[in-house]
Design a protein around this ligand. Sequence first.
Ligand code: ADP
Length: 392
Amino acid sequence: MRVSATNPGLAPTLAVIGGGQLARMMAQPAIALGLPLRLLAEADGVSAAQVIPDHLVGDYRDLATLQKVTDGCAVVTFDHEHVPTEHLHALAASGLAVRPGPDALVHAQDKGLMRERLAELGVPCPRNAIVGSVAEVEAFGFPCVLKTTRGGYDGKGVWVVRSAADAAEPFEVAERTGVRILAEELVDFTRELSAIVARSPSGQAAAYPVVQTTQLDGICHEVIAPAPGISEQLAGQAQAIALRIAGALDVTGVLAVELFETVDGRILVNELAMRPHNTGHWTQDGAVTSQFENHLRAVMDLPLGSPAPRARWSVMVNILGGANSDVGRLYDGFPHAMARDPHLRVHLYGKELRPGRKVGHVNTYGDDLEDCLERARHAAAWFRGDLGNQSE
Ligand code: ADP
């Protein structure tokens, strides 16, 4: 077993593939737990490489690189879902604990396989079908949503199509990239919800409160925990769906289930993520145990921490580069944001502010939802430069 040079002999080393903000935020509880992390980063200086000294820069699509970075590690986990499934099988065959494992993760990698499996499990989903041509989309019916089965994120690879002409682009992308196209009914939803659970290899599971999430241009923008006005029955149903999927797919680590709440009060599963998720960032300050800590505990097969909220309401707002965000440093926003709201919690990812880029988030919590929303929205807008505060 690899003993980390930076933490000799204390605990087994956990390998993390992918140097984004999710890996960076795993580092905080890893420090507290004394758990050494070893990172595979895409490039020098990326978000997680800034804070995890034991890292290697390389390509996660290369098996030899994956073997090198996981050499001597007890467990490997992920910041993203893009490691090729066959490489995960090869790592698992070599005796490494791959968590989540390839047979689970493939359902977060491929939306077509995810829909097939959820149908087998009887989990409610939008009507859907794999389509091979524009004619098949016409037969499926307009309007509908077309999605690449693999490789999409943050709304990329998702098209709302209302005519045969709209359907041309998705098939061009499919041809270029060799992925299949999934058609789904255009769901008339009142809001989007997310149910996050953590599950360990021994089968212990913890369910976080169900949250409401608002997307802007396909990117998570704001999260309210718990989802305002949600009935106990619907929240319980959403948690039960997430726990059921985690158990049936043998997910280890955090599973996020994105859901639509429909006009007629039903919930439908939109998609799955098997890693800490943007809709769970509120847990860093609003729950007894954050999703990042429970992900680490789960993949190391340690007892899970309580997912209970610490306050009546928590709000998370992403700091996303906007039209005015090409100037100034995020650090310049600190004096005002911190002075205005001593209760504000700020999380930055070590990234430069650029239009459309997620560079951090803020969390607030308290008894008054309107107050939490106002404080979080103001702070995020301030960091984005939308309040006219950033100067050349
Ligand atoms: P990504 O993998 O990029 O996150 P999603 O499948 O979650 O893609 O889709 C992104 C967004 O598009 C969703 O959050 C939702 O707002 C919208 N969307 C996706 N599928 C549907 C659908 N079947 N009906 C209506 N809106 C949808």
